[in-house]
Write a protein that binds this ligand. Structure first.
Ligand code: HEC
Ligand code: HEC
Ligand code: HEC
Ligand code: HEC
Ligand code: HEC
Length: 197
Protein backbone atom coordinates (compact mmCIF):
# COMPACT_ATOMS: atom_id res chain seq x y z
CA UNK A 1 0.00 0.00 0.00
CA UNK A 2 2.79 2.43 0.95
CA UNK A 3 4.64 1.51 -2.20
CA UNK A 4 1.61 1.89 -4.40
CA UNK A 5 1.03 5.28 -2.91
CA UNK A 6 4.41 6.55 -3.93
CA UNK A 7 4.15 4.97 -7.39
CA UNK A 8 0.75 6.37 -8.27
CA UNK A 9 1.17 9.65 -6.49
CA UNK A 10 -2.05 10.92 -5.02
CA UNK A 11 -4.37 9.50 -7.67
CA UNK A 12 -5.17 6.13 -6.13
CA UNK A 13 -5.44 7.48 -2.64
CA UNK A 14 -7.55 10.37 -3.77
CA UNK A 15 -9.94 7.99 -5.47
CA UNK A 16 -10.15 6.04 -2.23
CA UNK A 17 -10.55 9.20 -0.22
CA UNK A 18 -13.31 10.48 -2.45
CA UNK A 19 -15.12 7.15 -2.22
CA UNK A 20 -14.65 7.24 1.53
CA UNK A 21 -15.99 10.75 1.76
CA UNK A 22 -18.95 10.05 -0.46
CA UNK A 23 -19.86 7.17 1.83
CA UNK A 24 -19.21 8.78 5.18
CA UNK A 25 -19.31 12.47 5.02
CA UNK A 26 -21.15 13.78 2.00
CA UNK A 27 -24.52 13.30 3.58
CA UNK A 28 -23.73 15.65 6.41
CA UNK A 29 -21.05 17.95 5.01
CA UNK A 30 -20.68 19.41 1.59
CA UNK A 31 -17.89 20.05 -0.81
CA UNK A 32 -15.09 17.85 0.45
CA UNK A 33 -14.20 16.25 -2.81
CA UNK A 34 -10.41 16.25 -2.78
CA UNK A 35 -10.06 16.76 -6.50
CA UNK A 36 -6.81 18.18 -7.75
CA UNK A 37 -6.98 21.45 -9.65
CA UNK A 38 -4.60 23.35 -11.91
CA UNK A 39 -3.78 25.62 -8.96
CA UNK A 40 -0.73 23.65 -7.81
CA UNK A 41 0.59 24.69 -4.40
CA UNK A 42 4.38 25.13 -4.19
CA UNK A 43 6.58 22.50 -2.54
CA UNK A 44 7.63 23.71 0.91
CA UNK A 45 8.99 22.12 4.07
CA UNK A 46 8.23 23.12 7.68
CA UNK A 47 11.60 24.89 7.79
CA UNK A 48 10.27 27.30 5.17
CA UNK A 49 7.41 28.21 7.50
CA UNK A 50 9.63 30.50 9.61
CA UNK A 51 10.05 32.76 6.57
CA UNK A 52 6.31 32.80 5.82
CA UNK A 53 4.04 35.47 7.29
CA UNK A 54 1.85 34.51 10.23
CA UNK A 55 2.45 32.34 13.28
CA UNK A 56 4.12 28.97 12.85
CA UNK A 57 1.68 26.16 13.61
CA UNK A 58 2.30 22.88 15.45
CA UNK A 59 1.46 21.00 12.24
CA UNK A 60 2.39 22.54 8.89
CA UNK A 61 -1.23 22.51 7.72
CA UNK A 62 -1.53 24.26 4.37
CA UNK A 63 -4.63 26.06 3.15
CA UNK A 64 -3.06 26.45 -0.31
CA UNK A 65 -3.01 22.64 -0.62
CA UNK A 66 -6.41 21.92 0.95
CA UNK A 67 -8.59 24.91 0.00
CA UNK A 68 -6.52 25.84 -3.11
CA UNK A 69 -5.16 22.82 -4.95
CA UNK A 70 -7.82 20.37 -3.74
CA UNK A 71 -10.68 22.87 -3.59
CA UNK A 72 -12.04 21.69 -0.24
CA UNK A 73 -14.80 24.06 0.83
CA UNK A 74 -14.02 26.37 3.75
CA UNK A 75 -17.19 25.18 5.43
CA UNK A 76 -16.16 21.53 5.36
CA UNK A 77 -13.73 22.51 8.13
CA UNK A 78 -15.07 25.83 9.44
CA UNK A 79 -18.42 24.14 9.80
CA UNK A 80 -20.35 26.71 11.82
CA UNK A 81 -19.39 29.92 10.03
CA UNK A 82 -22.89 30.52 8.62
CA UNK A 83 -24.80 29.60 11.77
CA UNK A 84 -22.67 30.85 14.66
CA UNK A 85 -20.41 33.67 15.78
CA UNK A 86 -17.57 31.13 15.91
CA UNK A 87 -16.59 29.68 12.52
CA UNK A 88 -15.44 26.40 14.09
CA UNK A 89 -12.02 24.76 13.93
CA UNK A 90 -12.03 21.18 12.61
CA UNK A 91 -11.36 18.27 14.95
CA UNK A 92 -8.75 15.67 14.09
CA UNK A 93 -11.66 13.39 13.22
CA UNK A 94 -12.49 15.68 10.30
CA UNK A 95 -8.89 15.53 9.11
CA UNK A 96 -8.91 11.75 9.43
CA UNK A 97 -11.85 11.46 7.01
CA UNK A 98 -9.08 11.82 4.43
CA UNK A 99 -5.85 11.13 6.28
CA UNK A 100 -6.88 7.65 7.31
CA UNK A 101 -6.03 6.84 3.69
CA UNK A 102 -3.99 9.81 2.45
CA UNK A 103 -0.52 9.40 3.92
CA UNK A 104 1.29 11.97 1.79
CA UNK A 105 3.38 11.69 -1.35
CA UNK A 106 6.67 13.21 -0.23
CA UNK A 107 8.63 12.94 3.00
CA UNK A 108 7.47 16.35 4.31
CA UNK A 109 3.81 15.53 3.80
CA UNK A 110 4.29 12.08 5.33
CA UNK A 111 5.98 13.50 8.41
CA UNK A 112 3.35 16.19 8.96
CA UNK A 113 0.44 13.84 8.30
CA UNK A 114 1.98 11.40 10.81
CA UNK A 115 1.47 14.16 13.41
CA UNK A 116 -2.21 14.37 12.47
CA UNK A 117 -2.62 10.61 12.91
CA UNK A 118 -0.68 10.67 16.18
CA UNK A 119 -2.86 13.49 17.55
CA UNK A 120 -5.96 11.57 16.53
CA UNK A 121 -4.81 8.21 17.93
CA UNK A 122 -3.80 9.72 21.25
CA UNK A 123 -6.80 12.11 21.43
CA UNK A 124 -4.43 15.03 21.89
CA UNK A 125 -5.99 18.26 20.68
CA UNK A 126 -3.72 20.32 18.44
CA UNK A 127 -3.02 23.76 19.92
CA UNK A 128 -3.32 25.92 16.82
CA UNK A 129 -2.03 29.46 17.23
CA UNK A 130 -4.74 32.04 16.71
CA UNK A 131 -4.24 34.53 13.89
CA UNK A 132 -7.34 36.71 14.13
CA UNK A 133 -8.90 37.48 17.47
CA UNK A 134 -10.66 40.40 19.07
CA UNK A 135 -10.37 41.76 22.56
CA UNK A 136 -13.07 40.42 24.87
CA UNK A 137 -15.05 43.65 24.78
CA UNK A 138 -15.76 43.37 21.03
CA UNK A 139 -18.00 40.79 19.39
CA UNK A 140 -17.96 39.57 15.83
CA UNK A 141 -20.85 37.40 14.63
CA UNK A 142 -19.60 35.44 11.57
CA UNK A 143 -23.05 34.19 10.58
CA UNK A 144 -24.52 37.71 10.27
CA UNK A 145 -21.81 38.55 7.74
CA UNK A 146 -21.86 35.28 5.79
CA UNK A 147 -25.65 35.32 5.50
CA UNK A 148 -25.58 38.76 3.88
CA UNK A 149 -22.20 38.76 2.10
CA UNK A 150 -22.30 35.11 0.94
CA UNK A 151 -20.22 31.99 1.63
CA UNK A 152 -17.25 33.31 -0.36
CA UNK A 153 -16.99 36.57 1.57
CA UNK A 154 -14.12 35.20 3.68
CA UNK A 155 -11.51 36.84 1.42
CA UNK A 156 -12.94 40.30 2.14
CA UNK A 157 -11.52 40.08 5.66
CA UNK A 158 -9.05 37.17 5.60
CA UNK A 159 -7.49 37.67 2.15
CA UNK A 160 -7.08 34.85 -0.38
CA UNK A 161 -6.54 31.95 2.00
CA UNK A 162 -6.57 29.50 -0.94
CA UNK A 163 -3.09 30.77 -1.85
CA UNK A 164 -1.72 30.85 1.68
CA UNK A 165 0.74 28.15 2.77
CA UNK A 166 0.42 29.67 6.27
CA UNK A 167 -2.42 31.91 7.46
CA UNK A 168 -1.44 35.43 8.43
CA UNK A 169 -3.30 38.58 9.44
CA UNK A 170 -4.16 40.28 6.15
CA UNK A 171 -6.40 42.97 7.67
CA UNK A 172 -6.07 44.53 11.09
CA UNK A 173 -9.41 43.45 12.51
CA UNK A 174 -8.35 44.90 15.88
CA UNK A 175 -8.70 48.38 14.45
CA UNK A 176 -12.28 49.47 15.01
CA UNK A 177 -12.10 51.58 11.83
CA UNK A 178 -11.90 48.37 9.79
CA UNK A 179 -15.38 47.42 11.00
CA UNK A 180 -16.90 50.90 10.98
CA UNK A 181 -15.79 51.78 7.43
CA UNK A 182 -17.62 48.85 5.92
CA UNK A 183 -20.66 49.33 8.14
CA UNK A 184 -20.81 52.93 6.94
CA UNK A 185 -20.50 51.91 3.28
CA UNK A 186 -23.19 49.28 3.60
CA UNK A 187 -25.43 51.24 5.87
CA UNK A 188 -25.16 48.75 8.75
CA UNK A 189 -25.56 49.80 12.38
CA UNK A 190 -22.65 51.67 14.02
CA UNK A 191 -24.35 51.61 17.38
CA UNK A 192 -21.69 50.91 20.05
CA UNK A 193 -23.86 48.27 21.65
CA UNK A 194 -24.06 46.00 18.58
CA UNK A 195 -20.32 45.26 18.88
CA UNK A 196 -19.59 46.02 22.52
CA UNK A 197 -21.57 44.23 25.20
C1 HEC B 1 -10.95 16.13 1.84
C2 HEC B 1 -9.67 15.51 2.12
C3 HEC B 1 -8.76 16.13 3.17
C4 HEC B 1 -9.07 16.60 4.44
C5 HEC B 1 -10.43 16.66 5.11
C6 HEC B 1 -7.83 17.00 5.04
N1 HEC B 1 -6.79 16.79 4.18
FE1 HEC B 1 -4.83 17.13 4.58
N2 HEC B 1 -4.36 16.62 2.66
C7 HEC B 1 -5.26 16.16 1.71
C8 HEC B 1 -4.55 15.92 0.46
C9 HEC B 1 -5.15 15.40 -0.84
C10 HEC B 1 -3.19 16.23 0.71
C11 HEC B 1 -2.00 16.15 -0.26
C12 HEC B 1 -1.25 14.86 0.02
C13 HEC B 1 -0.01 14.74 -0.85
O1 HEC B 1 -0.17 14.77 -2.07
O2 HEC B 1 1.09 14.64 -0.30
C14 HEC B 1 -3.11 16.67 2.10
C15 HEC B 1 -1.94 17.04 2.73
C16 HEC B 1 -1.82 17.33 4.08
C17 HEC B 1 -0.59 17.62 4.77
C18 HEC B 1 0.78 17.63 4.14
C19 HEC B 1 0.99 18.95 3.43
C20 HEC B 1 2.40 19.39 3.45
O3 HEC B 1 2.76 20.15 4.34
O4 HEC B 1 3.16 18.98 2.55
C21 HEC B 1 -0.90 17.90 6.08
C22 HEC B 1 0.05 18.24 7.20
C23 HEC B 1 -2.34 17.79 6.19
N3 HEC B 1 -2.86 17.44 4.96
C24 HEC B 1 -3.03 18.03 7.36
C25 HEC B 1 -4.41 18.04 7.45
C26 HEC B 1 -5.14 18.47 8.64
C27 HEC B 1 -4.52 18.95 9.94
C28 HEC B 1 -6.46 18.34 8.33
C29 HEC B 1 -7.63 18.68 9.21
C30 HEC B 1 -7.65 20.03 9.74
C31 HEC B 1 -6.56 17.83 6.97
N4 HEC B 1 -5.29 17.68 6.47
C32 HEC B 1 -7.73 17.53 6.32
C33 HEC B 1 -6.60 15.95 1.89
C34 HEC B 1 -7.31 16.26 3.02
C1 HEC C 1 -9.21 20.87 5.64
C2 HEC C 1 -9.69 21.81 6.63
C3 HEC C 1 -9.71 23.30 6.32
C4 HEC C 1 -10.23 23.93 5.21
C5 HEC C 1 -10.84 23.30 3.97
C6 HEC C 1 -10.10 25.34 5.45
N1 HEC C 1 -9.52 25.56 6.67
FE1 HEC C 1 -9.11 27.34 7.53
N2 HEC C 1 -8.19 26.43 9.09
C7 HEC C 1 -8.10 25.07 9.27
C8 HEC C 1 -7.27 24.79 10.44
C9 HEC C 1 -6.90 23.42 10.98
C10 HEC C 1 -6.89 26.05 10.96
C11 HEC C 1 -5.98 26.32 12.17
C12 HEC C 1 -4.53 26.24 11.75
C13 HEC C 1 -4.08 27.39 10.89
O1 HEC C 1 -4.23 28.55 11.26
O2 HEC C 1 -3.58 27.13 9.77
C14 HEC C 1 -7.47 27.05 10.08
C15 HEC C 1 -7.34 28.41 10.26
C16 HEC C 1 -7.97 29.38 9.48
C17 HEC C 1 -7.90 30.80 9.72
C18 HEC C 1 -7.13 31.48 10.84
C19 HEC C 1 -7.89 31.34 12.14
C20 HEC C 1 -7.28 32.11 13.27
O3 HEC C 1 -6.46 31.53 14.00
O4 HEC C 1 -7.59 33.30 13.43
C21 HEC C 1 -8.65 31.41 8.76
C22 HEC C 1 -8.89 32.89 8.60
C23 HEC C 1 -9.15 30.38 7.90
N3 HEC C 1 -8.73 29.15 8.37
C24 HEC C 1 -9.94 30.61 6.79
C25 HEC C 1 -10.28 29.62 5.87
C26 HEC C 1 -10.92 29.91 4.61
C27 HEC C 1 -11.33 31.29 4.13
C28 HEC C 1 -11.07 28.71 3.96
C29 HEC C 1 -11.63 28.46 2.58
C30 HEC C 1 -11.04 29.25 1.50
C31 HEC C 1 -10.53 27.68 4.84
N4 HEC C 1 -10.06 28.28 5.98
C32 HEC C 1 -10.52 26.32 4.56
C33 HEC C 1 -8.69 24.10 8.48
C34 HEC C 1 -9.27 24.33 7.24
C1 HEC D 1 -16.34 40.89 7.88
C2 HEC D 1 -15.08 40.25 8.20
C3 HEC D 1 -14.99 38.75 8.21
C4 HEC D 1 -15.49 37.85 7.29
C5 HEC D 1 -16.29 38.14 6.03
C6 HEC D 1 -15.08 36.54 7.73
N1 HEC D 1 -14.37 36.64 8.89
FE1 HEC D 1 -13.47 35.12 9.92
N2 HEC D 1 -12.88 36.43 11.38
C7 HEC D 1 -13.15 37.78 11.37
C8 HEC D 1 -12.79 38.34 12.68
C9 HEC D 1 -12.96 39.79 13.09
C10 HEC D 1 -12.29 37.27 13.45
C11 HEC D 1 -11.87 37.31 14.93
C12 HEC D 1 -13.14 37.03 15.72
C13 HEC D 1 -13.00 36.99 17.22
O1 HEC D 1 -11.89 36.98 17.75
O2 HEC D 1 -14.05 36.92 17.89
C14 HEC D 1 -12.34 36.09 12.59
C15 HEC D 1 -11.92 34.82 12.98
C16 HEC D 1 -11.96 33.69 12.15
C17 HEC D 1 -11.42 32.38 12.48
C18 HEC D 1 -10.73 32.01 13.78
C19 HEC D 1 -11.74 31.44 14.73
C20 HEC D 1 -11.17 30.58 15.83
O3 HEC D 1 -11.99 30.15 16.69
O4 HEC D 1 -9.97 30.29 15.87
C21 HEC D 1 -11.67 31.56 11.42
C22 HEC D 1 -11.32 30.08 11.29
C23 HEC D 1 -12.37 32.34 10.42
N3 HEC D 1 -12.53 33.62 10.90
C24 HEC D 1 -12.84 31.84 9.22
C25 HEC D 1 -13.66 32.52 8.34
C26 HEC D 1 -14.26 31.92 7.16
C27 HEC D 1 -14.10 30.48 6.72
C28 HEC D 1 -14.98 32.91 6.55
C29 HEC D 1 -15.84 32.82 5.31
C30 HEC D 1 -16.85 31.74 5.26
C31 HEC D 1 -14.82 34.13 7.36
N4 HEC D 1 -14.03 33.84 8.43
C32 HEC D 1 -15.39 35.37 7.06
C33 HEC D 1 -13.64 38.50 10.33
C34 HEC D 1 -14.27 37.97 9.21
C1 HEC E 1 -16.77 44.19 4.51
C2 HEC E 1 -17.88 44.69 5.30
C3 HEC E 1 -17.91 44.46 6.79
C4 HEC E 1 -16.88 44.49 7.69
C5 HEC E 1 -15.39 44.71 7.41
C6 HEC E 1 -17.45 44.26 8.98
N1 HEC E 1 -18.81 44.11 8.88
FE1 HEC E 1 -20.10 43.76 10.42
N2 HEC E 1 -21.65 43.66 9.11
C7 HEC E 1 -21.55 43.82 7.75
C8 HEC E 1 -22.86 43.64 7.15
C9 HEC E 1 -23.18 43.75 5.67
C10 HEC E 1 -23.74 43.40 8.21
C11 HEC E 1 -25.26 43.30 8.12
C12 HEC E 1 -25.79 41.96 8.41
C13 HEC E 1 -27.32 41.99 8.40
O1 HEC E 1 -27.92 42.87 7.78
O2 HEC E 1 -27.86 41.09 9.03
C14 HEC E 1 -22.95 43.41 9.43
C15 HEC E 1 -23.48 43.19 10.69
C16 HEC E 1 -22.74 43.20 11.86
C17 HEC E 1 -23.29 43.02 13.20
C18 HEC E 1 -24.78 42.83 13.54
C19 HEC E 1 -25.38 44.20 13.54
C20 HEC E 1 -26.79 44.24 14.03
O3 HEC E 1 -27.51 45.17 13.59
O4 HEC E 1 -27.19 43.40 14.82
C21 HEC E 1 -22.25 43.11 14.08
C22 HEC E 1 -22.30 42.99 15.59
C23 HEC E 1 -21.04 43.33 13.29
N3 HEC E 1 -21.41 43.39 11.96
C24 HEC E 1 -19.79 43.46 13.84
C25 HEC E 1 -18.64 43.69 13.09
C26 HEC E 1 -17.31 43.81 13.66
C27 HEC E 1 -16.97 43.71 15.13
C28 HEC E 1 -16.46 44.02 12.61
C29 HEC E 1 -14.97 44.22 12.65
C30 HEC E 1 -14.16 43.23 13.36
C31 HEC E 1 -17.26 44.03 11.41
N4 HEC E 1 -18.56 43.82 11.72
C32 HEC E 1 -16.72 44.20 10.15
C33 HEC E 1 -20.41 44.11 7.03
C34 HEC E 1 -19.13 44.22 7.56
C1 HEC F 1 -18.95 47.41 14.06
C2 HEC F 1 -18.43 47.10 15.34
C3 HEC F 1 -18.08 48.20 16.30
C4 HEC F 1 -18.85 49.29 16.63
C5 HEC F 1 -20.18 49.70 16.05
C6 HEC F 1 -18.13 50.01 17.64
N1 HEC F 1 -16.96 49.35 17.91
FE1 HEC F 1 -15.55 49.94 19.30
N2 HEC F 1 -14.32 48.42 18.69
C7 HEC F 1 -14.65 47.46 17.76
C8 HEC F 1 -13.52 46.60 17.59
C9 HEC F 1 -13.46 45.39 16.65
C10 HEC F 1 -12.49 47.07 18.43
C11 HEC F 1 -11.08 46.48 18.59
C12 HEC F 1 -11.09 45.36 19.58
C13 HEC F 1 -9.71 44.76 19.73
O1 HEC F 1 -8.82 45.45 20.20
O2 HEC F 1 -9.54 43.59 19.35
C14 HEC F 1 -13.04 48.22 19.14
C15 HEC F 1 -12.36 48.96 20.08
C16 HEC F 1 -12.93 49.96 20.87
C17 HEC F 1 -12.30 50.59 22.00
C18 HEC F 1 -10.92 50.28 22.55
C19 HEC F 1 -9.90 51.30 22.10
C20 HEC F 1 -9.52 51.13 20.69
O3 HEC F 1 -9.63 52.10 19.91
O4 HEC F 1 -9.08 50.03 20.31
C21 HEC F 1 -13.18 51.50 22.49
C22 HEC F 1 -12.98 52.44 23.67
C23 HEC F 1 -14.37 51.44 21.66
N3 HEC F 1 -14.19 50.47 20.69
C24 HEC F 1 -15.50 52.22 21.83
C25 HEC F 1 -16.59 52.25 20.97
C26 HEC F 1 -17.68 53.22 21.07
C27 HEC F 1 -17.81 54.31 22.12
C28 HEC F 1 -18.53 52.93 20.04
C29 HEC F 1 -19.81 53.66 19.63
C30 HEC F 1 -19.62 55.05 19.28
C31 HEC F 1 -17.98 51.79 19.32
N4 HEC F 1 -16.79 51.42 19.92
C32 HEC F 1 -18.59 51.17 18.24
C33 HEC F 1 -15.85 47.35 17.09
C34 HEC F 1 -16.88 48.26 17.12
Amino acid sequence: MRKLASVFGGTLLLTLAVAFLVRDAAATRQGATAVNDSLIAPTLTPSDSAALKGPRQPIFFRHDIHAGQYKINCQYCHYSVSVSSEPGIPSMGTCMNCHLVIGGTDSTAQREIAKVREAYNTSTPVEWNRVYFLARHAHFPHMRHINVMGPNACATCHGDVTRAPQVFKVNNVNNMGFCINCHLERNVSRDCSVCHY
